[in-house]
Ligand binder design. Sequence first.
Ligand code: BES
Ligand code: MN
Ligand code: ZN
Length: 511
Amino acid sequence: MTALTLSTAAAPGLRADAIVIGVAKDTSARSQGLVVAPGAEAVDKAYDGRLAGVLETLGASGAEGEVTKLPAPSGFKAPLVVAVGLGAQPEKDAAFDAEALRRAAGVAARTLAGAKKAAFALPLSEAADAGAVGEGVLLGAYSFNAYKEQGGAKAKNGKAPLAEATLLGGKPRDKAYKAAVERAAAVAEELNRARDLVNTPPNDLNPEAFAAVAQAAAKEHGIKVQVLDEKALTKGGYGGILGVGAGSAAGPRLVKLSYTSSKATKSLAFVGKGITYDSGGISLKPAGHNETMKCDMAGAAAVFAAVVAAARLGLEVNVTGWLALAENMPSGSATRPGDVLRMYSGKTVEVLNTDAEGRLVLADALWAASQEKPDAIIDVATLTGAMMLALGSRTYGVMANDDAFRAAVHEAAEEVGEPAWPMPLPEHLRKGMDSATADIANMGERMGGGLVAGLFLREFVGEGIAWAHLDIAGPAFNEGGAFGYTPKGGTGTAVRTLVRVAELAAAGDLG
Ligand code: BES
Ligand code: MN
Ligand code: ZN
């Protein structure tokens, strides 16, 4: 991954492939032009204070996502200046918001793929801004080239990521700045690992392989890990996970990752949907709906990354991650529509549609998590197409059994720049899942399908435990082009929300 450093060096003498500066739209009444953001003073000076005009001549406007390249002024060691748009300039005296910095840094880092070193001269008004720029750089520089054999990382459409980034204008000896950059590196590195897992093709990442990756990482970071294989799941009565995995030649797993801090006073459980491939099972998905279904383990990947990040950051909170891993395939041994499963909780479920498999594996994992009576549980799942219809492909839905907890999780998401929106769990939708044969069916009314799924999950959360459900079906996998610090493919959504929630819990600030 890209190496990140803080530096007090002056831009002109810096040996780098490029200097990145910020530009914004001046929305004040006086002028309507472009302004050069703070941090780029030395560059502007070398252009005799005419940099804004030069950029406007080149067509720059300061709009978010915009990149303008120009040759560096004479006297500069770096050959190139990359001006990246920050959007509207903030009100007088206000600083640029963290998400604008993160996105601009991400765009610049992606633009600089193939380069060795870049200096970022973006506006840093406090330590947190250095963290935001650092995070944006590391997330924006990400690319997945593991399967491009032709030239490997140097393949034509797979340039090596920017190798080194130096943040100018920060305070390398200031504790807060150092901590912010270290936090950014830990979170971004683990988030990028979650992206790798999502992008890895399903023939290489089955439940067993995912569990092995989790075991190795747990060992590296002092996290306790326990893997239940088919035998253990059968013995334990995990009918949901077993039922979903029954059709696959690759057996299911339940992975438990326990990070504990000696200073913890709170405990959190994160539960992730880990369907390494969702074919739909006997209720087979048609062509056109299965090409991206390797992403159906994005919830488990996010949970895994968040637990490892919490351990790396040494957060003073206990965090247990539950990865419910299975491959949903049709075969002679697969669960049929009409089958009844006896779940880990003891409840019976009539499977009316084998493509509603996520809620089945999650139900067992939620019940397992509940047995330890954590202060709160958050599950993360690419659960329903209905949530994508409701919120689009960039926003995830937040449901909960407690309004205050839902608001706290939503707020944490906003804070870290992960678009999310609260959704209700309307009681009247529960009766649609009544089953003539079993305690509940895994399908209900079609309308409000994302909320129906949430209501199903709620039945498997232990009494009195605060629980939130993040349906990330929309933002987990970006089928469009890269934007901001978000690449094509696996995005790592929800990792930063979970880490933020863990930080809040550690600080005693979570509800
Ligand atoms: N994994 C899918 C949901 C999904 C769809 C995620 C598109 C990402 C992109 C899930 O298992 C599923 O198939 N859900 C069904 C539920 C239905 C059968 C009740 C759906 O949403 O259609
Ligand atoms: Mn499905
Ligand atoms: Zn699924």
